[in-house]
Design a protein around this ligand. Structure first.
Ligand code: DGY
Length: 305
């Protein structure tokens, strides 16, 4: 805030909650730039509230909350915060993977309930992570950071991506390419790392879940709508797959009610980038992007180039 105030008059909402739609539209009216959250829907209606708006700077790497075409049509720059939350988000995906596989949350609940009767040979057996096969959906920065973690656990790392890497790059990263269906069928863990777009909405639905092993775990730290959440509930209920670790949901903050009572699901409230260091870096980048565009310069992370 101090940094912003050195160059701009700053108007902001409460720092611990998103603005309502009306507050957002009101707030943007005579501004040069808008720094917004991934929970803010930025569309034609909002952009039309201010014909002189220069930039929408998203405080997130994902920008599916912004109608980029509408912004481009109106000559408004759109920016995001790539690169600064890579390890933090991969750490969260890894935490969900480990917690799901080793039933950490279920175990915590048992101990707290006072019902734990002591060590038993067959109690809460989970899935072995070391040496297992992981399938990465997408191979951007976060997926690559996930591959590094997986290789440290002696895992076989498969990936599916729109574009395949060169053989040399695959070798350097230690990853093997598979078609999506093939990868789903071979993996013990599947972790999603693609942006949400019309092409990736419900990329994982019933047919894809049916390709997965009945012992498999699905991890999603990308965007909820990449997974068809009701198909996932069905698959977890039927034993089509064994478990899931989710940080994101189709209709945040709503969560499919049935997920809430499933012991084989670990649920986090969209915490992928939630460390002090990462959120600070995201803030710095959002400010840099916003101020650059307001000065008439090309912002470092322009989405609608
Ligand atoms: C992003 O930046 O897109 C993340 O989801 C924020 O946690």
């Amino acid at each position: 805030m101090e940094r912003l105030q050195t160059e701009a008059n700053v108007r902001h909402g409460d720092l611990d909650r998103a603005l309502t739609r009306d507050e957002l539209i009101d707030g943007v009216r005579d501004a040069d730039g808008l720094i917004c959250l991934l929970t803010d829907q930025i569309d034609g209606e909002l952009l039309d509230a201010n014909a002189s708006l220069k930039v929408v700077s998203n405080y997130a790497v994902g920008f599916n909350n912004i109608d980029v075409a509408a912004a481009t049509e109106r000559n408004v720059a759109v920016t995001n915060t790539p690169g600064v939350l890579t390890d933090c988000t991969a750490d969260m995906a890894w935490a969900l993977l480990m917690a799901s596989a080793r039933r950490v949350v279920e175990g915590d609940r048992l101990v707290r309930s006072g019902q734990w009767g002591g060590w038993e040979p067959l109690q809460m057996l989970g899935a072995e992570v070391t040496g297992a096969t992981i399938g990465l959906i997408g191979l951007g920065r976060i997926a690559k950071a996930m591959a590094k973690r997986a290789l440290a656990f002696d895992m076989r790392v498969l990936y599916w991506n729109r574009t395949r890497l060169s053989a040399g790059e695959e070798k350097t990263l230690g990853v093997e390419y598979r078609e999506l269906d093939e990868m789903l069928g071979e993996s013990d863990f599947v972790s999603i790392h693609v942006a949400l777009s019309e092409q990736t909405r419900h990329l994982i639905s019933t047919p894809q879940l049916e390709r997965m092993k009945p012992t498999a775990t699905l991890i999603n730290t990308a965007r909820g709508a990449v997974v068809d959440e009701s198909a996932l509930v069905q698959a977890l209920r039927d034993g089509t797959i064994a478990r899931a670790g989710l940080d994101v949901y189709e209709q945040e903050p709503k969560v499919e009610p049935e997920l809430l009572s499933m012991p084989n699901v670990v649920l986090a409230p969209h915490l992928g980038s939630a460390t002090v260091e990462t959120r600070t870096r995201m803030g710095d980048l959002a400010i840099e992007n916003c101020l650059a565009a307001c000065r008439g310069e090309r912002p470092p992370n322009l989405v609608n180039a």
